[in-house]
Design a protein around this ligand. Structure first.
Ligand SMILES: Nc1nc2c(ncn2[C@@H]2O[C@H](COP(=O)(O)OP(=O)(O)OP(=O)(O)O)[C@@H](O)[C@H]2O)c(=O)[nH]1
Ligand SMILES: [Mg+2]
Length: 186
């Protein structure tokens, strides 16, 4: 089975750990099992450093590494070996949007730089996950968050993909898995 590596980054409390749990759940169980089985626990602990989980997903062995915001200045260290990067945003917290936007633009500068004398990493596909979307059900709230993060322009320019999701309810995660599989297939 081929192996692929996914890196999950984002500000503190954005939902990185729960998203990895949800990703594993969608990859390793059927919809019928998820519907009939017990709800997934949403309790997490803050991650110190980085955490790795491995599971198979559509015939590929995925190694998923969460890297906490405390390591933000060193995130690029992990992009070089990644096939895909998920950037998690707490879409229900507009107060965190400015910091998230800065972190996202730094990330995109690093992931798009390509190898070169000035030390970039190979280009890697980036998915911005607007998490906790069940907390901001209104179209206006979602549009405001997209605007604060300049996501429409980033999508238009092909610099990042964007999906709404909720790691708590699982909403949007089949699309997340489909995106990861596409990114890892290329
Ligand atoms: N309502 C809601 N809560 C969520 C969602 N995703 C995560 N949470 C909650 O947000 C809190 C933080 O989630 P984590 O997954 O630990 O976030 P994290 O980004 O890994 O946090 P750090 O590792 O501390 O940086 C927990 O209480 C989760 O249950 C979501 O989609 N909706
Ligand atoms: Mg965590």
């Amino acid at each position: 089975m081929s192996r692929r590596s996914v890196v999950v980054v984002g500000l503190e409390n954005a939902g990185k750990t729960l998203s990895v749990r949800q990703l594993r759940r969608v990859c390793t169980t059927s919809l019928a099992e998820r519907t009939a089985g017990p709800a997934m626990s949403t309790r997490t602990r803050p991650t110190t450093g980085s955490e790795i989980d491995s599971f198979s997903c559509g015939g590929v062995e995925l190694k998923v590494r969460e890297v906490g915001s405390a390591f933000q200045l060193r995130w690029a260290k992990w992009y070089g070996n990644a096939d895909a990067v998920l950037f998690l945003v707490d879409a229900s917290d507009p107060n965190a949007a400015a910091a998230a936007s800065t972190a996202l633009f730094d990330l995109l500068a690093e992931t798009a730089a390509g190898p070169g004398p000035d030390g970039g990493v190979a280009p890697v596909p980036v998915l911005v996950l607007l998490n906790k979307c069940e907390r901001c059900p209104s179209r206006d709230a979602r549009a405001r968050m997209r605007a604060l993060l300049h996501l429409d322009a980033l999508q238009r320019e092909g610099r990042a993909s964007v999906l709404d999701a909720s790691a708590a309810t699982g909403e949007g995660f089949s699309d997340v898995v489909a995106w990861v599989q596409r990114a890892c297939a290329s």
